[in-house]
Design a binder for this molecule. Structure first.
Ligand code: CP
Ligand code: NVA
Length: 299
């Protein structure tokens, strides 16, 4: 029997600190082959308004490993949002499948989907949040350092991945500093929510001081999917925020990136491919973390 109170994971703080631990423990057990739970015929609908490598393949593979099945529904496959309102898609899909995972632009659309669906809804990334990434990130941090007594630093854009990471660190008790250019910080509402969860993320516009004491430094693309028109403006603003050998010269910190990476922009090829890099472990952990979450939600 699953131990989660919530049925929807629209952001990581839909889970309590204990529930995050429950999901991560389940993920670790599944990863180690110590849990062989099966959900025969369980079906996951996967709605995608944006492209994806990791999210699509890890969820689809995960459902196969759990004995079920996943249906990929890309932007040209369903009526979502253009041929019919989101709330209609939500109710129709709920009559067929056991859970819905959705990657949408507008977070409000995901909220509408969850409001009208009668099966669990999981966020596979919106413009505001990426909680499944955060679960994989926390699993990676715990595997690498043994616990969450870790100093993490985010360098770059205060985007969807960053915002869920801020909340995830607050839930797990990871100390966090966030370095972003002026005007590209974490939303105030997310910082307030992190504080309510007992987190004390420090914010700065100085990447050099932010990485000085870090055990792990995390970055993501400067131009997220859907922001292509802001490209020139953002590249100029983020000039000093690249993870490169210079910025990391005085630290042994590990490096995280949710991928896809834009080498030469937010991170150099050298840093991404270096001994510091946790990115492939992070990418693999998407599968295990989500299997842990699915196992809890489908139980
Ligand atoms: N990190 C992540 O969500 O990757 P995809 O866009 O490939 O799914
Ligand atoms: N911030 C990136 C993450 C992709 C997984 C984007 O939204 O495009």
């Amino acid at each position: 029997v699953g131990e989660l109170e919530t049925t929807n994971v629209l952001d990581i703080d839909d889970l309590s600190p204990t529930e995050v631990e429950t999901v991560l423990d389940r993920a670790a057990a599944l990863k180690a082959g110590e849990d062989d739970v099966q959900f025969p015929q369980a079906t996951l609908a996967m709605l995608f308004e944006k492209p994806s490598t990791r999210t699509r393949v890890s969820f689809e593979t995960g459902m196969t490993q759990l004995g079920g099945h996943a249906i990929f529904l890309g932007p040209d496959d369903v009526h979502l949002g253009h041929g019919e309102p989101v709330k209609d898609t939500a109710r129709a899909l709920s009559g067929y499948v056991d859970a819905i995972m959705a990657r949408l632009f507008d977070h409000a659309d995901l909220e509408e989907l969850a409001e009208y669906a009668t099966v669990p809804v999981v966020n596979g990334l919106t413009d505001d949040a990426h909680p499944c990434q955060t679960l994989a990130d926390l699993l990676t941090i715990r595997e690498t350092f043994g616990d969450f007594d870790v100093q993490a630093t985010w360098v770059g854009d205060g985007n969807n991945v960053a915002q869920s990471f801020v909340l995830g660190c607050a839930l797990a008790g990871v100390d966090l500093t966030v370095a972003t250019p002026e005007g590209y910080g974490i939303d105030d509402a997310v910082l307030s929510q992190a504080a309510e969860l007992g987190g004390t993320p420090e914010t700065t516009t100085d990447p050099e001081s932010a990485v000085a004491d870090a055990d792990v430094v995390y970055t993501d693309v400067w131009v997220s999917m859907g922001q292509e028109s802001q490209r020139e403006e953002k590249l100029a603003a983020f000039d000093d925020f690249q993870l490169n050998d210079g910025l990391l010269a005085d630290t042994d910190a590990k490096v995280m990136h949710c991928l896809p990476a834009h080498r030469g922009e937010e991170i150099t090829d050298g840093v991404l491919e270096s001994e510091r890099s946790l990115v492939w472990q992070q990418a693999e952990n998407r599968l295990h973390a989500q299997n842990g979450l699915l196992a809890e939600l489908l139980s």
